[in-house]
Design a protein around this ligand. Structure first.
Ligand code: SF4
Length: 359
């Protein structure tokens, strides 16, 4: 008789699972939560140094709640998907204000916090408080869709409901921490998106996708859809070797991050700079366009070099900063803007005025 799915995974984990990740072996819900949020959409190797630096700066939930958002975003800089940092900060404040600084222990209360979905709540509850709850992140959806031969895109409500049902039915009576970690490890290291290593898999014996030779076809891909396309010009305003960055609004895309000033593609660049900043400029080269995908639309950024000849004092408002390109890279920047700044060596274009003060 085949051993239960969970027993095989737990046994496999003892010999083949990941044992030495920095957030393993702790029951500190703050550390577990931080690692779970950082690991969303980001590889383990990328997360590890950020995890340690973040903890050194914000060692507990109280320290995170007390910090200004700006500092949190700075420590997130380079990790991308900054919405996660906004949510971490907001959730820390809720935990302090409404839960006395201690994490709630049940899944529903955890899932009510900003940025914590049902699966992340279950992982925090399992690792920190041994709560018997099912996780269903992207990797686990893939494992279960293949193992049970579940057709359809896992992001659809119908398929997701079916996967949750399976995930809950497989939970072991004991050792929820090891089982949860084993499921995560199997998805990350064996049942990978491409070329799963079924010969190393502890649940290969009753895997439907393997039996039917359908590991490439499951899970079903997202149905194709055409996303709306938007385009903007971004200005590389250069003054004595410095670049102008602009702080974005606290809501909307790239909320609260530093970015380049934007303008409509069809407007005249010099006239725009004159009307918006009162600046006299010389329009330089247009750089290759950058494509960036959001969930609901695609954005094309058209970078435009602009040399500032005259920059009026009235344009030195809070929310703008003139920075050397190297310093600009240390700011909390959207991923495509970071990529753009990394890709260019910004020369000091001719300028008649000393640079405006950095704020
Ligand atoms: S047998 Fe292969 S496809 Fe099935 S769960 Fe294991 S690794 Fe994934």
């Amino acid at each position: 008789m085949t051993r239960p799915f969970a027993s095989r995974l737990v046994a496999w984990h003892a010999a083949h699972g990941r044992q030495d990740l920095p957030w393993q072996g702790t029951r500190d819900a703050y550390r577990v939560w931080l690692s779970e949020i950082m690991l969303q959409q980001t590889q383990v190797a990328t997360v590890i140094p950020y995890y340690w630096r973040f903890l050194a700066e914000f060692p507990d939930v109280g320290a995170l709640a007390a910090a200004p958002l700006e500092r949190v975003l700075e420590h997130w800089s380079g990790l991308g998907y900054y919405r996660r940092a906004h949510h971490l900060h907001a959730a820390a404040r809720v935990i302090v204000a409404e839960h006395g600084g201690s994490f709630p222990r049940d899944v529903e209360a955890l899932a009510a916090l900003p940025g914590i979905g049902r699966s992340t709540a279950a992982a925090i509850a399992a690792f920190s408080f041994s709560v018997r709850a099912a996780i269903l992140d992207g990797n686990v959806k893939r494992v279960l869709a293949r193992h049970r031969g579940i057709e359809g895109f896992p992001g659809s409500a119908r398929v997701e409901t079916a996967l949750w049902r399976v995930a809950e039915s497989l939970l072991p009576a004991n050792d929820i921490e090891t089982y949860t970690q084993a499921l995560m490890d199997l998805g990350a290291t064996v049942c990978t998106r491409t070329r799963p290593q079924c010969e190393r898999c502890p649940v290969a014996g009753d895997c439907v996708a393997r039996r039917d030779g359908r590991t490439d076809a499951l899970p079903s891909p997202r149905p194709a859809r055409r996303l709306p396309q938007r385009a903007l010009r971004v200005l590389l305003l250069e003054h004595a070797g410095n670049l102008l960055l602009e702080k974005r609004a606290p809501v909307g895309i790239w909320a609260g991050l530093w970015s380049l000033p934007e303008m409509a593609l069809d407007d005249d660049v010099a006239a725009h700079c004159r009307a918006r900043f009162g600046a006299q400029v010389t329009v330089g080269d247009a750089l290759p366009a950058i494509e960036h995908g959001f969930t609901h639309f695609r954005l094309t950024l058209h970078p435009q070099r602009v040399a500032v000849r005259r920059w009026p004092a009235r344009a030195e408002a809070p929310g703008y900063a003139w920075l050397l390109p190297g310093d600009a890279l240390a700011a909390a920047l959207p991923a495509p803007i970071r990529k753009l700044l990394r890709s260019i060596a910004v020369p000091a274009l001719p300028s008649r005025q000393p640079r405006a003060r950095t704020r």
